[in-house]
Every structure is written in C-alpha cells, then in structure tokens.
Design a protein around this ligand. Structure first.
Ligand SMILES: NC(=O)c1ccc[n+]([C@@H]2O[C@H](COP(=O)([O-])OP(=O)(O)OC[C@H]3O[C@@H](n4cnc5c(N)ncnc54)[C@H](O)[C@@H]3O)[C@@H](O)[C@H]2O)c1
Length: 433
C-alpha cells in the first residue's frame, strides 16, 4: 500500500520505517528541511535503538522516501497518517491542535478524485476526528475520504519492538471499507499475535488518553507508597512484588522513581482533564495525580537538602543521566530540568553525564558542566544522583572512580543493592527503601 506520514518525529518516523519494512511504499513528510535532508543521508533526528539501521535499509531499497512536498506525497498515497505534535497550550492545559488542523486544511486542498483514508496517529482529544471531518468536508465530497483514529502506543526507547509486537491495534471508525483496508494493512502484525480492536472514532481517541492517564496514576501511586515506605522502614520492592503478583493489578509500572516525564504522560493527563472539564466531568483522580507528580521533583530536592543537612553550597553533585528515561535522548518534561536548576540555585556545582550527549537545556546555566564520560563526571563528586536507568550505570565501581573519601549515592532508580553498598561502606539512599 502507499502510505504517507505527515510529521517525521518519533511516531511518524518509527511507524513509517516499520511499515516500509513490512513491504509498503512509504513517504515521510516533514516541514523541517534539515531533518529531511539528514534522513536522506541516513542520519536519524532522534536516538532510538535500531531506528537508524531500519531507516537506512528501507531508504536504500526504495520503499522509504523522505520529502518536504506535502502536495505530491498526499497525491500518491492511499492512506495518510497525521503524526504532528499536539503539545499543551502555553496558557492553559488544553491541547494545541493547530498543527493537526493546519495539516488537515492542506490535505483538503490536495484530495482529488481518489479515495483516501486520513488517520490521526497524533494523540488528539475526543471529537478532534469530527472536526477534521468537518474541515475536509468543506468543498469535498465525503465519498473521497474517511477520517479514522489510530492512536499510537509506542514507548520511546523500545519503539520498534512496540511497533512490531503491539499489545493491541486500535482502529476508530464506523466505515466498513476503511476498517477492511486497515485490517489488511496491519495483518502482518495481527498474524504475530497483536489484538485488533475496531471501535468508534471517539472511543479510539479516548482509549489513548485513558491508557496514559491510568499508567501515570499507577506510577504516581507507587511513588506515594514509596514515600510511606521510607518513613516506615519497609522496602518498596517487597510491596511492588506483593501487589504486582495480583493479576488484577499486574507487576508493570510499579517501580518508584523521580516521577513520570517525557512527551506524553504530562501533556496527556492535562489534556484529558481539560476535555472532561469541557463536558462538565470532574476527573478528580487524574487531577491529583498531576499535582502529586509535579511535587515529586521538589520532594527529591528536599531529600538532597536533608542528605547535606541543608549545606548544599559548593557541593559537587554528579547526575548520571538527565533524559526522562533510558534509551532515548528526549529531555521533554524530564525531572532533571527541575532538579538541576534548583540545586544550582542552592549553590551546588553540577557535573552530568548522559550517554546521548550534552543537552542544550543546561548550556546557559552557570555551574552546570557536561562530562564526556562517567569517570570524569564522577571524579570530584560529593553526591552522585543516579537519575536515569541506563545500562551504562548498572555496574560502576564508585570507590575507584571518585577521588573523595566520603561520598554519597542517591539512586533514584534503585539500581544498586543497599546491602552491598553498606558492606562497601558507601553512604547510599534509594527510593522507598
Ligand atoms: N513520542 C512518543 O513516544 C509518542 C507516543 C505515542 C503518541 N505520540 C503522539 O504522537 C504525536 C507526535 O509526537 P512525536 O513525539 O512524534 O512528535 P515530534 O515533535 O517528535 O514530531 C512531530 C513532527 O511533526 C512535524 N510537523 C509539524 N507540523 C508539520 C507540518 N505542517 N507538515 C509537516 N510536518 C510537520 C515537526 O517538524 C516534527 O518533526 C503527538 O500527538 C504525541 O502525543 C507520541
């Protein structure tokens, strides 16, 4: 099939490359010329394991193309996926749908005589599909297109695996013809065990938000229980195992940490609350999840303050990892963006290392230095904060790398064993244990 992905970011690029690999003719479009030119040279704009190889392979064999020309790309395609950003509006918690609607208007002017399926893969609030249909219906016969919702559930860092082996594929449409075409498009994944669900378009839009709100709630729940464990001398890992073995609860997303971040959970939880408000429904649970998560970074900063007994000034603090999670270079809504400037304000000197390199977010902050390797980053540390769970940080010999005799480790991912640390006479703090 001939597919067009509009927006060549995480979702558009990963889905486009994977669909090309499944034998489809794909064109990935972006308005960012630099991104498109780099992709043509085989350079991926994002760090995602396995993606660059997949892009190169399919670009070489001609099934994957890159373009800035939306008109021609829409014209040659049967199925068009809208994968542009849907950020939170600057002055409210509502979703900024300007990129989606601007693309919809352009598509309208490029639809000619051939039937096309227009899919929102971007995460969009309930009723957005209805609005897109209205936009396209202006001057165009409804027989020429079908607007479908097909939300994406991939996780950054595991995006390719998630695409090939999804738990479910959700297709929101009441159009029998469109559903048949899409079931056929996804048949290679269905035959590998993915569940295919056909719902109404609005239900599909809400499934995405409800999923993310639920996962954010699970993370926040275990973080709050971890706070209680710290006060009662209980190991949170016992709790996670003890409750996770209950099949009604499940063991995933029960690991405490610095709070959820990234490009999805923070914005999607705000968005679902805003949508519910619009329909006069109070999502009080999700509202308190958002508040609790926002407070989490401050709680961790207070803990650092406690560790130093209020004397943070001139302390050398090393951050291992600054991205919101491992295996991605994504800094969006990472807790490090709150923690680092706040610790600097209190007088700390920050040295950080991240396997995906230096971050522009910290370049202008005085007393924040990027180190090119773990050894240099650790060298002068009074305190090491293990912020992101990269494999690179899982077997460090701290004693041989840190010059100071007395140093402290604050492990926000519970990578290390408190017992082993005690035996090595290293002052160590984890989360909820
Ligand atoms: N990142 C994730 O893990 C993830 C997972 C599931 C769903 N989503 C959702 O998918 C959507 C896209 O997210 P993302 O992380 O891929 O975003 P992104 O910011 O990485 O990419 C969006 C791309 O769209 C391009 N774009 C914007 N307007 C355009 C236009 N008019 N024409 C062509 N290109 C245009 C931008 O230049 C950018 O490259 C969002 O709604 C997001 O919530 C993201």
């Amino acid at each position: 099939m001939k597919l067009c992905f509009i927006g060549t970011g995480y979702v558009g690029l990963v889905s486009g490359a994977c669909f090309a690999d499944l034998g489809n003719d794909v064109v990935c479009v972006d308005k960012d010329l630099n991104k498109i030119e780099n992709l043509k040279k085989g350079i991926s704009p994002i760090y995602e394991p396995g993606l660059e190889e997949l892009v190169k392979k399919n670009y070489r064999n001609g099934r994957l193309k890159f373009s800035t020309n939306l008109k021609d790309s829409v014209a040659i395609s049967n199925i068009i996926f809208i994968c542009v950003g849907t950020p939170t509006k600057k002055k409210s918690n509502a979703t900024d749908l300007s990129q989606v609607y601007s693309v919809a208007k352009k598509i309208r002017s490029y639809i000619t005589s051939k039937f096309k399926i227009i899919i929102t893969k971007s995460t969009v609030p309930v009723t957005t599909g209805d609005e897109i249909e209205k936009i396209l219906s202006k001057n165009k016969s409804k027989k020429l297109f079908s607007v479908v919702s097909n939300p994406e559930f991939l996780r950054e860092g595991e995006a390719i695996r998630d695409f090939i082996y999804p738990d479910r594929i959700v297709i929101g449409t009441s159009d029998v013809k469109a559903n048949k075409i899409l079931k056929n498009l996804y048949s290679p994944l269905i035959s590998k065990g993915a569940k295919y669900i056909n719902t109404t378009r609005r239900a599909s839009e809400l499934i995405k938000y409800a999923s993310n709100a639920f996962l954010a709630t699970k993370i926040t729940f275990i973080n709050e229980i971890a706070n209680l464990c710290e006060k009662t001398n209980i190991n949170i890992e016992d709790i996670s195992i003890g409750i996770g073995l209950d099949k009604r609860i499940g063991s995933r997303f029960l690991r405490p940490g610095p709070g959820y971040g990234g490009s999805c959970f923070p914005k999607d939880t705000k968005s679902i609350v805003k949508t519910a408000d619009k329909f006069k429904i109070n999502l009080s649970l999700v509202k308190s999840v958002i508040k609790s998560n926002q407070k989490r970074s401050l709680l961790l900063i207070n803990k650092v303050n406690e560790i130093f007994r209020g004397k943070i000034k001139n302390k050398n603090i090393c951050f291992l990892g600054v991205t919101f999670k491992a295996n991605t270079d994504d800094m969006r809504e990472s807790s490090s963006l709150v923690m680092i400037p706040s610790l600097v304000k209190k007088g700390a000197k920050i040295n950080y290392y991240d396997p995906t390199g230096e971050k522009k977010n910290f370049k202008k902050i005085k007393n924040v230095t990027f180190s090119k390797d773990i050894k240099t980053a650790l060298h002068k540390s009074d305190l090491v904060i293990i912020h992101t769970e990269w494999n690179d940080f899982k077997s460090i010999n701290f004693k041989s790398l840190i010059k100071k005799k007395h140093f402290i480790i604050y492990d926000l991912r519970n990578i290390y064993s408190p017992l082993k640390m005690k035996k090595s006479k290293i002052k160590y703090f984890g989360i909820g244990r």
